[in-house]
Write a protein that binds this ligand. Structure first.
Ligand code: ZN
Ligand code: ZN
Length: 289
């Protein structure tokens, strides 16, 4: 897939009809990879035959006429690919959602129950395409609905697009496994992350864009609620964008944690209900990826 509309990067050959100047593509039909991989465009790979370190940094070649090392023609394209790949990896986006983008989703609404997905897609698109213009007016999303309604897919697509478009630092986390359990781990003396509670919390609080998947799926306790509130509150104070997915509505939070999580999320996010019974199944045949 051509990434011309998703990334401002033009590291390729300007006249190339395949990548239209980007320098690399998203190869979608790759064995053992449901989400595809970035590959160098042929306009670059053909020109780089002499590059001795093909595929590995620093992508330099020795120029005899000038008696010095010079950047290979593939240099910028490979550097950009590596940068995007490492941001996607660092974000912890689950393998099957990596590189999934909003423009490749099937929006042929066949039932009224799918309308929520359409609305959420629209808001997600608004957020990523207007990111720079919105500035401090950026609003996160609270996507809730049944399993299979497409909420995690949408949340991950937002991260993928923000990485491709702006090179932002993002993070995907399942609330229980990646956040609460990790903090609990820091209390264990034999854990590798023993004593690192503050460092870990800081990562969650400071990352530019955070997806919290399965928000509220944890066993409720005063401890868990106060961890969640501290995280949400700190991201609110720092004006960081947070996208949450949940099985429960925002109003269900009114009675939890003295309503504190509820009131913060009301200010930080736009709530959208995805009531499609199974977006993944009904649209699996139509989606291009
Ligand atoms: Zn090309
Ligand atoms: Zn090269």
């Amino acid at each position: 897939m051509n990434l011309k509309n998703l990334t401002p990067i033009r590291a390729g050959s300007p006249g190339c009809r395949i990548c239209e100047g980007v320098g690399f593509l998203l190869e979608e039909n790759v064995q053992n990879s449901s989400s595809g991989v970035l590959v160098l465009c042929s306009c670059m790979s053909e020109a780089c035959r002499s590059c001795p370190s093909r595929g590995r940094a620093p992508f330099m070649i020795y120029d005899e006429s000038q008696n010095r090392m010079m950047s290979c023609v593939c240099h910028d394209a490979r550097e950009e690919m590596n940068r995007i790949e490492s941001l996607v990896k660092k974000a912890g986006i689950p393998a099957k959602y990596r590189y999934r983008t909003l423009d490749r989703m099937d929006l042929n609404i066949t039932t009224t129950s799918e309308q929520g997905f359409f609305v959420a897609h629209d808001w997600a698109n608004h957020l990523v395409s207007e990111w720079e213009r919105l500035g401090s007016l950026r609003q996160g999303l609270y996507l809730w609905g049944n399993t299979g309604s497409g909420k995690t897919l949408l949340a991950c697509a937002i991260l993928n697009e923000l990485i491709l478009r702006y090179g932002l630092e993002c993070k995907y986390a399942k609330i229980n496994r990646d956040f609460l359990s990790t903090i609990r781990d820091t209390y264990q003396k034999d854990s590798q992350i023993h004593g690192m509670e503050q460092t870990i919390k800081k990562q969650f609080m400071e990352v530019e864009v955070l997806v919290l998947d399965d928000f509220g799926a944890n066993k409720e306790s005063d401890w868990a609620n106060s961890q969640l509130y501290d995280l949400i509150d700190s991201r609110y104070e720092e004006e960081k964008v947070t996208v949450l997915t949940s099985n429960i509505s925002l109003s269900d939070w009114k009675d939890k944690a003295e309503g504190r999580i509820f009131s913060r999320l009301m200010e930080m996010t736009k709530e959208i209900h995805l009531d499609c019974s199974d977006y993944r199944l009904t649209h699996a045949v139509h989606t291009k990826s």
